[in-house]
Ligand binder design. Structure first.
Ligand code: DQA
Length: 148
């Protein structure tokens, strides 16, 4: 099984971007930790883009390849109906898609209180730092061993 870990705009700057909010862990650190965590037979592929169309293309790819998704949509979370529609295309196939946020958007600016992704995601993890990615992976791995 391959798990796609997809990250939206500005997340390439993790490590130096607002460390008081996002911590000092880089996206490369996250990729390494997830690969170490993944059991045999599970391959983790972490990607980042600032481009909405690219992110949507990757979600279509997830459907075509049957890959569960961990998605941090970053600021697209709050306004991209195109991303919302692409997430529906993933989850309506039965593939899990976990929305992850490093910070807790509900404890921040008002515009971050709305997620257009959450209503169509399988689940949401927010505010637990970069550990949220690992928790999402653990759930996906556990679920893949059951017939739920
Ligand atoms: C974020 C939260 C979003 O509001 C913000 O735009 C991001 C990162 C998070 O991981 O906490 O870029 O998705």
């Amino acid at each position: 099984m391959r798990v796609l870990v997809l990250n939206g705009p500005n997340l390439q700057r993790l490590g130096t971007r607002q460390p008081d909010v996002y911590g000092t862990t880089t996206l490369a650190d996250v990729a390494r930790t997830l690969s170490e965590q993944a059991p045999e037979g599970v391959r983790v592929e972490l990607r980042q883009t600032d481009d909405e169309a690219t992110l949507i293309g990757w979600l279509h790819e997830a459907v075509d390849t049957g890959s569960p998704v961990i998605l941090n949509p970053a600021a697209f979370t709050h306004y991209s109906y195109a991303l919302h529609d692409a997430v529906v295309i993933v989850t309506e196939t039965g593939l899990p898609l976990i929305e992850v946020h490093i910070s807790n958007p509900h404890a921040r600016d008002e515009f971050r209180h709305v997620s257009v992704v959450s209503p169509v995601a399988t689940g949401v993890i927010a505010g637990l730092g970069t550990a949220g990615y690992g928790l999402a992976l653990a759930w996906i791995v556990e679920r893949s061993g059951t017939d739920r």
